[in-house]
Structures are given as structure tokens and as C-alpha cells.
Design a protein around this ligand. Sequence first.
Ligand code: NAD
Length: 482
Amino acid sequence: MGLPETIETRLFINGEFSESSNGKTFDLTNPATLKHVAKVHEASEEDTDRAVAAAKAAFPSWSALSPEQRGEYFKKLAALIREHNDELSALEAASMGKPVATFFDGMASASTWDNYSRAGRNVGGTTSVQTPGFLNMTLRQPYGVVAAILPWNVPLLFFAKKVCPALIVGNTVVLKSSEKAPLTSAFVATLVQKAGFPPGVLNIITGFGNVSGSILSSHMDVRALSFTGSGRTGRLIQAAAAKSNLKQVYLELGGKSPSVIFDDADLEKAAKETSHSVQGNSGQVCMMNSRIYVQDTAADRYIELFKEHLIKDTRIGDPLSKDTNHGPQADEVQHKTVLKYLDMGKQSGDVILGGGAVSDREGYYIQPTIFTNTAEDATVMKEEIFGPVVNINVFKTEEEVLAKANNTEYGLYASVWTKNIDRAMRFAKGFEAGMVGVNCTSPQTALDMPFGGYKASGTGREGEPNYTLDNFLETKAVLIKL
Ligand code: NAD
């Protein structure tokens, strides 16, 4: 298992690789070793415009294909991604520190491409004879150019989730990967070329928010934009869209997801899964259960079990080693941010495990940390930390805990642990969240379910095609006078 012989870092525009037009590159550092990994080409304004122009030019012929013809390219790409899963996992480890042993992104991405290869045929309009003298119909048509902007935490899967629904119904795409994890997207560009996608259909660039990101957000020829990232950036993108051409904007944003543990739950199972949620991807998961509420009558036992699992099941180490399941934070900025929150947390709650950087390692490692008795209005209870940090608080009644669980601007994921089916249903209905787990927790999701958030966790849904194809289709009413 290892990195490919040459690491592709150029821009993929109109079916060809090119260096950035102004020669600008930026350095990528391995967060586990602090060693230099690659110089990556940064898309300039001119490159971003060129990518949009290529997508626009490719639109008429791509949208004229049948969904099955478009799906054939998807199947070829899915097979290539599977074939190159090892290189992809090594590239992600080198750029953002994800352990290869926990890398599910490649296979999940390939499944998404396969799943969507068959999805385009389901698109249909309606007919109506309700207006006297008319036989009316609706046509569902692609927008044209769609932009996709990726985060760095699970880039390869988000790549597929954004691009597949847009492309299969006939749009063309410009994708901007995150500057923190651009290597897997650039590698997939080589596979897109191998799969024979027509030039311009899928353009893959990388760069920073203040150049290529903001240009895509305000570009007059981009008709829809799908974004995953922070709420701060999501708001900037929505504002840019409002100020330019009012493009459709779909946002998958952050979370502060609650997990509620009742005393009748299987505490061993609850402790194991909720602790894995905190530790997985070094806590850099949007739907991680970062606020846990445990009933007072079960608190001591649950917290003991939770601690045990977090200690026993966390294997900090080199992301390239098969024994590691906890890598570094993605970069220096993330590392500093999490440490800042840890300091804040110590002021507002009791530390019962961990609490800081891993001192015997060079990279940006942080030990999983548990706070308890944290004030409900403390910053660490309100803001997304995006690191392996959890607050465990105790509750007495159902009413009290549901109000606390919903007392957040976010609404991505929520879970409840109980054997009482009535209570489970009351929470499934009462949680203000786009995804609810009953006796399971995040990152548990399912391919047959939509993915997305309530409130400030986002707009729109990803995942299951029935919930996503509409995002990338216009509806035209055709009135036919008889
Ligand atoms: P981020 O907002 O910093 O960056 C995301 C992307 O936006 C990057 O590609 C970046 O270059 C780009 N960007 C930055 N400024 C921009 C601008 N002004 N205009 C356009 N693009 C701009 O987020 P991140 O640090 O990469 O990701 C972490 C965040 O993503 C967390 O808040 C996490 O919860 C969220 N996230 C959400 C989901 C979800 O599905 N809901 C999934 C993963 C991550």
C-alpha cells in the first residue's frame, strides 16, 4: 500500500491537465510527519473562468445523451476508483492524516457512482387536463453548469455525492476540492480521463476560497452550487449567489449533534458506539455526537464504559499503519483550533479524560477528551469543535433532555438510546435534526436514506437519488391549447 509513483497536482480542465495560469502553487504538508508532500497548482481567476467555460461548452452534447449513456461513464469510473482504492487511501493519509485502516471513502464513493449510474431514468414530468381546453405538461431539464465545493474531511465521498446527481440528469460540473485535501480529487481526475468522460463535462480544480471558491459562488454562468463545509463559508456563498445570479445553493454544514442515553438502554453498546463517534476521523466528522446526555440513574456506569472504550479502542499512530485508527488533526490550523477549545472547556467543565496534544509525537495529534458538568451555555457546548472532544452531561427527565438536545443552532444528527419504543418514537419526532438514530449513532447513515440537516446545518439533501435529482433540475410548465 503506498502513494502513486507521481502525485497529480494540476488542474483538470476540458479533459486535460494544466498548470495554474499564473504559475502559483501552494505547499501541502503531511500532518502526521510535518514533511512536505507536494506543490499543488492553485486555480487562478482565469483558470476558474476557463473551467466554467469548458463546462458550458460541454453542456449541449452531454445533456443530449440518454441517462443510460451517461451512466456508462459512471460505471467505468466506479470500477477505476475500486481498482485504485489503495492509492487513494494513501493520498488521503498523506494530505489530511486519515488512517488507511479506517478509509471507507473510496468504496463508498464507487458505490455512489454505481448507484447513480441507474438513477437518471426516474426523472419524469407531469401532465394535467385540469385547465379546460388545455393539455398541460411539465418538463424537467438540467440547469447547465453546476459548481461543487468540497471540504477536506471526507472529500472523496462528498465528491461523488455532489457530482453524481448533477451529472446524471445532464448538467456539467466544475468541482473545487479543498486546499487541505486536494490529492484524491486530482487523482480521480486522472481516472475521469481514463474512463473517457467527454472533455469539459467534469472539470476538477483546487484552490482557496478567496479566489476560485468565491469566483464560482458569484459566477453568472454557474446556475447551481452544492457546498459542504463550515457555516461561515456557507453564508458567504449564499450571499455571493444572492448578489450575482441567484443561483440555487445547497449547503451541507456543521453540527453539534446530541446523543441521549436512557437508563433502560444497552449501556455497553451505547458507550461503545457513542465513543467511536467521538474518536472516528479524529473527531473531524460533521455529525459526530459531540453532546451526550445520560440519565442520572445510568450516568456512573455509562461514563465508566465510555471512558474504557475511548481508551481501549483508540490507537493513535502513523496513518499509513494498519494498526492506527486515530490520526492527526488535518493541519496546523485545525490543531490550534481544537487546542483553543480544550482550554475553553477546562474553564467551563470538568475534564475526565485526556485533554491536549499528544506530546510524544511530532504531528498534529490530539488525545480524545471528555468534559462533564459543562454549563449548557458554554462556548464548547454551542460551537462545533471538529476534533475528538465530547461533553457528557447528566439529565433527569425526558422533557428536560429533549429541550436541551434541541437547544442549538444546528440540526444535523441526533440519537436516542432506549428500549422503550414509545419514547424512541417521541424522540424521533421531537428532535430538530435531519437524521435521527435510534439505538445507533452517527456516523451511521444508510444509502437508501437522505443525508442533510435542519436549521443552520444546511439546506437540501444528499445521498438517496429520490431526494437529490430535483436539486439539479429546472421545472418548465408547457401549456398546450387544444
Ligand atoms: P470550510 O468552510 O473552511 O471550507 C470548505 C470549502 O469551502 C473549501 O473548499 C474552501 O476552499 C472553500 N471556501 C472557503 N472560503 C470560501 C468562500 N468565501 N467562497 C467559496 N468557497 C470557499 O470548511 P472545512 O474546514 O473544509 O470543513 C469543515 C466544516 O465542514 C465543518 O464545519 C463540518 O461540520 C462541515 N462538514 C459538513 C458536512 C455535512 O455533510 N453536513 C460534512 C463534512 C463537513
